[in-house]
Design a protein around this ligand. Structure first.
Ligand code: CTP
Length: 396
């Protein structure tokens, strides 16, 4: 942990890591101890805490800590820490640990926008990423004092999710580094009047898992999120939308320079012909309300057929139950052809809806004929298989 005001947020990350059964040794810089004292770190981690190279020297901690770790995560990483790490300096226990670590390294920077955007920091971040370090993009928002901008530490719960992701893969291998991807998530809402809307039950969990895992694999991610109630994934640019028209617009804008577009959202297929400016009243005689709905554009079809960026990979989702006209996979194959996408992730929902569940299972159909069965597992695990399939189809 380096010396920034966001050090207090690292307490929550530490707590989540220890409560989920991980052994954590906290290595603060001396500046970090100005923000949060050693007793706090020691109590939360259940281990002694030291910042300098001259304590417990007989145990050779400057070498042992890095060698023994499965993951080194620095939260917050200051501009100074990034510079020292990029140049291989080793003037305290933290930078020694970074030099001796052979495990995945995750840095979560937090600083003022000017420092983050400075050419020196840009170059240090590029150097570190080039060496395989996962440097999480800071979030935009309120900074210390009155300013706002890029440089905020992402939500600690989301940094935790990224750490678990990296630990489960055992690597920060960034096969999507330098790639831009767009993911849509959630369910759109079509307003009827100032208080009512037509919507659906999509939770956005699968789309968020896709965004989080793409960022952990090095991609620059835009998440177009419709009406979700989830924390922004670490290192992801989040654009919020409500209706299918807004979702379409934002996906099309982001798709212009994207290498891949994954449509995990559930856009409403219909919207009311008109939105009432005043609240619609029920009739005294109990008579029915007749709503006229028009079809919304099919964003996936449009993205697939227009390919705003030639050569980009487009992924759709399909929830199918099978019916009299065909079995789940037959209907899905027809949908893949109709939509014109490269990959279709098919959920068999005949046994009930998957909305809001932490797990998912799917079959991924490819336009080139490949079929990939993904057994029941976490939404993050499915997300990784989807990115494997996308990565294999990206232009060199
Ligand atoms: N989708 C879209 N725009 C819409 C509706 C759906 O881009 N207006 C995308 C979803 O994000 C998802 C896929 O299309 O990737 C899901 O298609 P689905 O709604 O299941 O297909 P439909 O064409 O509506 O077919 P069905 O007749 O089975 O409902």
């Amino acid at each position: 942990m380096a010396g920034g005001i966001a050090a207090y947020k690292a307490c929550e990350l530490l707590r989540r890591l220890t409560e989920s059964g991980h052994d954590v040794t906290v290595v603060p810089t001396s500046a970090a101890l100005e923000f949060v004292g050693a007793p706090t770190w020691a109590a939360l981690s259940g281990r002694p805490v030291s910042a300098d190279l001259w304590s417990e020297v007989h145990e050779v901690p400057h070498v042992r800590l890095g060698q023994a770790a499965d993951l080194v995560v620095v939260v917050p990483a200051t501009a100074d820490l990034l510079a020292r790490a990029a140049h291989g300096l080793a003037d305290d226990l933290l930078t020694n640990t970074l030099l001796t670590a052979r495990c995945p390294v995750v840095l979560a920077p937090a600083m003022h926008t000017e420092m983050w955007e400075h050419a020196a920091t840009r170059s240090n971040v590029a150097t570190l990423r080039g060496r395989g370090v996962l440097v999480i993009e800071p979030a935009e928002g309120r900074l210390t004092g009155a300013d706002t901008g890029r440089g905020r530490l992402p939500d600690p719960a989301e940094i935790f999710a990224t750490c678990l992701d990296v630990l489960s893969r055992g690597t920060t291998a960034s096969d999507l580094l330098g790639r831009r991807v767009v993911v849509s998530a959630g369910g759109t809402r079509e307003p009827l009047d100032p208080v009512r809307f037509l919507g659906n039950r999509s939770s956005g969990l699968q789309g968020y898992a896709l965004a989080r895992t793409a960022a952990a694999r090095g991609a620059e991610v835009t998440l177009v999120a419709a009406n979700t109630d989830l924390a922004d994934p670490a290192g992801v640019r989040v654009v919020r939308v409500e209706t299918t028209a807004e979702l379409r617009e934002q996906v099309l804008v982001a798709a212009v320079d994207a290498d891949a577009v994954v449509m995990a959202a559930a856009p409403a297929d219909f919207r009311p012909v008109g939105v009432s400016g005043a609240k619609i009243k029920k009739a005294d005689d109990g008579s029915a309300l007749h709503l006229e709905l028009v079809q919304n554009p099919d964003v996936l079809h449009e993205i697939s057929t227009r390919r705003v960026r030639p050569g980009s990979v487009v992924v759709g989702f399909a929830a199918e139950t099978g019916d009299a006209t065909g079995a789940v996979l037959d209907l899905a194959r027809a949908k893949l052809a109709r939509k014109g996408c490269d990959l279709l992730v098919v959920n068999d929902v005949s046994g009930g809806a998957v909305f809001g569940q932490p797990d998912n299972e799917a079959v991924i159909l490819a336009a080139d004929g490949a079929v990939t069965d993904v057994p029941r597992g976490t939404k993050a695990a499915l997300a990784h298989v989807i990115w494997d399939q996308v990565a294999a189809r990206l232009r060199p």
